[in-house]
Ligand binder design. Structure first.
Ligand code: SF4
Length: 336
């Protein structure tokens, strides 16, 4: 898909101390993006929908001085951020509730500081291997063309003895990662789903075909790969469509013999997320009926609505069987 171009960029004056910051400004100027030097981002929409859409076309180029990284179970030991939010408009996105009313994108330029914090966490956990998730609050691939920071990060982990990086994406902008020294220390996972889920709910993201093509390129470049099937939804035909998904995936990766990991996440929502989703996507076809769900206590101190036990067991067993029937090299990391 076409690279994301913002409508407007806010520039934190502090970024001008950094090479990456200056290069990002040069690039934005070349693209004729209006630039505002300010530490305050102003987005005035006439309605929640308009504010959301405007925010998703606005970037704030700034710095990230977070010193203590948060845990990121079950996917990795820690999470860190090269950016926050993303250009996608996925209706179910769990970030809906964590990024405020106007989820504009922050792009961080002080990559050396970010890598130093990662190194401290690796050292503190030595001699164990420490894993880091880069996609908990963003899609790092979607914004990579603005800074090149993920590439630097992959090269850093390539040189690291005890650190391992995990990338997750719904975007296909992977060419800059193909000829770099990753040393198998970065694992790429592509988020995939059925035709219905992608077409209905994952707006402004790469298509299924584009994601698989990107996964093939990444696999050919020698990276370990995996897929996240999320959110798994129940709807008419869900069984046929998840079968079709796994069959297509099999046909595209027939010649790939290394381990392919799978992470399986059923659809869930919180009451706050539901409220926000309905203001941003008033005509959403998402199933947000609490009556059909059961409550589960979440790790971030909030109750979430998940499918009732017998349904989630059915999902887990059905998708697990599809994966195991199609791939002898599959490893299912978790279902949640
Ligand atoms: S691409 Fe990922 S982070 Fe972006 S809106 Fe979709 S689910 Fe959320």
């Amino acid at each position: 898909m076409k690279l994301f171009i913002p409508d407007i960029a806010y520039i934190d004056p502090r970024i001008l101390k950094y090479d990456v910051g200056n290069k990002a400004v040069e690039q934005l100027e070349k693209l004729n993006i209006p630039i505002v030097k300010s530490r305050k981002v102003l987005i005035e929409g006439k309605s929640p929908v308009e504010s959301y859409v405007k925010a998703k076309k606005t970037i704030y180029v700034t710095v990230n001085f977070q010193k203590k990284l948060r845990s990121c179970k079950p996917s990795a030991d820690y999470q860190f951020a090269l950016s926050s939010s993303c250009p996608g408009h996925c209706e179910y996105c769990y970030l809906q509730t964590t990024q405020g009313e106007k989820p504009f994108m922050k792009v961080f330029v002080n990559i050396d500081d970010i890598l130093n914090v990662i190194q401290e966490h690796i050292d503190n956990n030595s001699p164990n291997i420490t894993t880091f998730e880069s996609g908990s609050i963003t899609d790092p691939v979607a914004l990579e063309h603005l800074t090149g920071n993920l590439k630097k990060c992959i090269e850093f982990f390539g040189r690291s003895e005890k650190g391992r990086l995990r990338v997750i994406t719904k975007y296909d902008n992977v060419d800059s990662f193909l000829n770099i020294k990753h040393n198998n220390h970065t694992k790429f996972r592509f988020s995939i789903n059925t035709r219905y889920v992608i077409n209905k709910f994952e707006h402004v993201t790469s298509s299924f075909e584009e994601r698989i093509e990107a996964a093939r390129k990444i696999a050919n470049a020698g990276y370990p790969i995996g897929f996240i099937i999320a959110p798994i939804m129940l709807y008419d035909n869900w069984k046929e469509e998840y079968k079709e998904l796994l069959d297509k995936l099999k046909s595209q990766l027939e010649d790939y013999t290394d381990i392919i990991t799978f992470e399986l996440i059923q659809h869930r929502f919180t009451s706050t997320a539901k409220e926000l989703i309905l203001t941003r996507f008033p005509k959403t076809a998402l199933d947000l009926d609490e009556e059909k769900r059961m409550l589960k206590w979440g790790p971030y101190g909030k109750f979430k609505y998940v499918y009732p036990k017998e349904k989630s067991t059915e999902i887990k067993e059905y998708i697990t069987a599809l994966i195991n029937n199609n791939f002898i090299n599959a490893e299912i990391e978790y279902f949640t």
